[in-house]
Design a protein around this ligand. Structure first.
Ligand SMILES: *Cc1c(COP(=O)(O)O)cnc(C)c1O
Length: 222
């Protein structure tokens, strides 16, 4: 079967600056598609449902780096704590605490990104910049030994308006850079999806989450 996954990947990768990590977003896509991307050299994959990611982890090669990019249900963190590499969508201190608790059971330190609310739409999850600063400065965070906040993640408004996207990406990049001076652990800025990743990179992203441009359109909206 010709799916073009390999070609899509090659095309995207050939245009990515070296410092930018590509997360191939495989949510809703079958194992065979992920295997095809893997065979083409891709090792970092993103899913937005914990159960689906666990199912895929179980059967796919173990050198895959799995990223959880979706909204987190705290009671399900335990199912991925033994293998998840990076959790992008952390939007509360409570969730960090739960990740810490589950990571501890496996003697791991789990890397996390705090999700910032940058979109004008009110449908997107995420923390305000003030909330993020509160978490980063809190005494309590330094007591969580099994989580490490390594950066920030943001989702821009679903729009073609380049000016608005630019403004949203730049606001997060500015905030990120400012905090990077105080918190050297912050190294990852995850922003940009199929429709807007080139602009996101131009505005300072170093991790892009790309699904449909690699695997084709999804059959249902998630
Ligand atoms: C689905 C998803 C993506 C990828 O979206 P595409 O438009 O298919 O590239 C990126 N980030 C998050 C958080 C997602 O849920």
């Amino acid at each position: 079967m010709i799916t073009g996954i390999k070609e899509n990947l090659q095309k995207i990768k050939s245009n990515l600056p070296e410092n930018v990590t590509l997360v191939a977003v495989s949510k809703t896509k079958p194992i065979a598609d992920i295997q095809e991307a893997y065979d083409a050299g891709q090792r970092v994959f993103g899913e937005n449902k914990i159960q689906e990611m666990v199912t895929k982890f179980d059967v796919l090669p173990k050198d895959i780096e799995w990223h959880m990019i979706g909204h987190l249900q705290r009671n399900k963190v335990k199912y991925m704590a033994h293998f998840v590499n990076l959790i992008h969508g952390v939007d509360s201190f409570k969730t960090l605490k739960e990740i810490n608790k589950q990571a501890k059971k496996h003697d791991r330190i789990i890397n996390c990104l705090l999700q910032a609310r940058i979109a004008k739409e009110d449908t997107k999850f995420g923390l305000s910049f003030t909330d993020i600063e509160d978490i980063l400065t809190s005494e309590e965070l330094s007591e969580l030994e099994n989580v490490k906040v390594v950066g920030l993640m943001g989702m821009a408004t679903f729009t073609d308006n380049q000016e608005q996207l630019t403004e949203e990406f730049l606001s997060l990049k500015t905030f990120f850079s400012k905090n990077q001076e105080k918190y050297p652990n912050l190294s990852t800025l995850s922003m940009g999806m199929s429709g807007d990743y080139q602009l996101a990179i131009e505005k300072g992203s170093n991790m892009v989450r790309i699904g449909s441009s690699i695997f084709g359109v999804r059959n249902y909206i998630v």
